[in-house]
Design a protein around this ligand. Structure first.
Ligand code: ZN
Ligand code: ZN
Length: 568
């Protein structure tokens, strides 16, 4: 669901009106968000007065909600059911946060949610800094290198399957309309649709049917030897105006069973995505009222993760999961996996407006886990949903995450993300304000399983060398062209590209990825290819704004478009 709708909701819950400008009306030097809209800053600042009025005269919440719904319909151009749903989904959370903020400065909210409204790097508490331990003396970090036994060939490399953003729709209907007025289509049976939904899914405004995920998993099982599965969040469909805890639990249980049955003896590691929240994006830290805590989700998440946690029975580990929806576990000797809940960086997780600093101590816990691994000479994989440079991630989190990556560059060997549905990577630098400084890390935003919006479904397999610090040797992305599938013709899952082949790389080090960014910036042809891969589609729906965003993403480890966006 679009961030824009939530922003409108937030603003209209506070105000008498919100004005949006489409990109056609704007001069070239104004930046747009990824959806092509630029909310007016003046409107937001005007809200402060209105907000005070609402508080002063105690305008009833239902009246404000009704008004918000109307504005949502007019300006976000969403159907009534969607606006009603969103307003009621956020009602309790929003008024709770708003009332608490009223004693401080409601204007904080403008700077945080509107890109050009205030200093985006330091409204509210976004300037927080997690404490980083000093680097240990060289002696203590050296670890005896695991030697590859002589009789072991490179075919002993491990295969790690990443599945991300499944967004399974259990209500997917066939036949149905694929181009409807709702934000998500393919859900109402229609005998004679204008644009017919595909039996196996539709490349458009539709999520993926359950049976296509089953088909994909069965194909993977038959075709590849998988040593480990990583799931990077967003398992629930995009119909977020209808979200409920019961429905979420039901989907998570069905999906967990399906993946478990497909890979019964393979370790499966899960991370939480923003769509796992009810309402969407909502992850209340424990400094707010207990009624908002997502304990139901963390408990389920713990049940899903527990079979493969190294200390599954350890009470303290369980309490960590309950506490913040994150965990750390030993995958094998010398390798730890940290699953980090990025719900705490989500820009429309309104609870964070009360205090963004290190929500539920997640970042300091992350540092502690990394430091312990560093001292042991252990390597770490990071599993998380929202990439830090994404516009939906708060800068306070992104900035601190970047600092942690810098500090532990020799411990963290891979970062796996999802969320954007498009396939790209991000290079991190020794100096986060200088793209000419040494590249020290790379994060992979993997392609989604869902087709929402306008991509073909995909999965990815990383080849890992367990005898060389668990480094990624290569990865291959597989996809199915759904336009070629039909009721009588099953989807054909095939290789789309491998990183080394596609970009002529000798290894997948940060330095090599940085060299790829330069190749892409210089060559129109290579960029065209990159966009096709990003969408898993030979004719991707990616206009110049979308293309530029993808190029910026390649270096956007936190938010600084002036620095990270290339001149093409
Ligand atoms: Zn997603
Ligand atoms: Zn997401």
């Amino acid at each position: 669901m679009k961030k824009l709708v939530y922003i409108i909701l937030a603003l209209t819950l506070l105000s008498e009106g919100t004005v949006l400008r489409t990109k056609d009306n704007l001069s070239k030097n104004v930046k747009y968000d990824k959806y092509g809209f630029q909310p007016l800053c003046a409107t937001c600042t005007g809200l402060i007065t209105v907000a005070s009025f609402i508080l002063k005269y105690d305008v009833s919440e239902p009246v404000v909600l009704e008004f918000a719904t109307i504005i949502c319909k007019l300006f976000a151009k969403q159907p009534w059911a969607v606006c009603d749903g969103i307003s009621s989904q956020f009602r309790d959370e929003f008024f709770y946060v708003f009332r608490r903020l009223a004693n401080e400065s409601p204007s904080q909210i403008c700077g945080i949610i509107l890109p050009d409204c205030a200093d985006p790097t330091d409204p509210s508490e976004s300037g927080w800094k997690v404490a980083l331990p000093p680097k240990p003396k060289r002696k203590t970090v050296l670890k005896k290198k695991e030697k590859r036994p002589k009789d072991v060939s490179s075919s002993q490399n491990m295969n790690v399957l990443q599945l991300t953003d499944l967004h399974i729709d259990f209500e997917y209907k066939y036949p149905s309309e694929a181009n409807c007025d709702d934000p998500v289509c393919c859900r109402k049976s229609i005998a004679d649709p204008k644009k017919a939904a595909g039996y196996w899914g539709s490349v458009g405004k539709c999520d993926i049917p359950y049976w296509t995920v089953e088909n994909m998993l069965s194909h993977i099982n038959k075709t590849h030897m998988i040593d480990m599965v990583i799931m990077t969040g967003d398992y629930i469909n995009h119909v977020d105006w209808e979200y409920s805890i019961e429905e979420h639990l039901s989907v998570l249980r069905k999906l967990h069973r399906l993946v478990q049955e497909s890979f019964p003896t393979t370790p499966i590691y899960w991370a939480l995505g923003n769509h796992e929240g009810v309402p969407v994006n909502s992850f209340a830290p424990h400094n707010v009222d207990e009624r908002f805590w997502p304990t139901w989700l963390y408990k389920e998440f713990q049940t899903m993760s527990q079979p493969w946690l190294s200390d599954g029975s350890d009470e303290s580990l369980l309490s960590f999961i309950y506490r913040r929806g994150s965990y750390a576990t030993k995958v094998m000797d010398g390798l730890k996996l940290i699953s980090l809940n990025t719900g705490f960086c989500e820009v429309t997780n309104f609870f964070l407006y009360l205090n963004q600093s290190d929500p539920d101590s997640s970042m300091s816990w992350f540092v502690k886990e990394l430091y312990e691994s560093e001292l042991k000479g252990e390597k770490v994989y990071v599993l998380a949903h929202i990439p830090p440079g994404d516009s939906e991630c708060l800068e306070g989190w992104a900035f601190n995450y970047y600092r942690v990556i810098q500090r532990f560059e020799s411990t963290i060997v891979a970062q796996f993300f999802g969320h954007d549905h498009l396939d790209y990577f991000t290079v991190f630098y020794e100096d986060m304000h200088n793209v000419k400084s040494k590249p020290i890390g790379v994060g992979y935003a993997a392609p989604s399983v869902t087709t929402f919006e306008y991509q073909n479904p995909a999965y990815r397999i990383y080849e890992i060398d367990p005898y060389d610090n668990f480094k990624i040797i290569d990865f291959t992305t597989y996809y199915a062209d759904l336009e070629a599938a039909s009721e009588t013709r099953k989807p054909v899952w095939e290789k789309l590209y491998s990183a080394r082949e596609a970009y002529g790389m000798t290894d997948l080090s940060p330095i090599s990825w940085n060299a790829v960014t330069q190749k892409l910036f210089k060559s129109d042809k290579k960029r065209e290819q990159f966009y096709k891969y990003a969408f898993r589609n030979m004719s991707p729906q990616c206009d110049t704004t979308c293309q530029m965003q993808l190029m910026c993403n390649l270096r956007m480890g936190h938010h600084n478009s002036t620095l990270y966006c290339p001149t093409l």
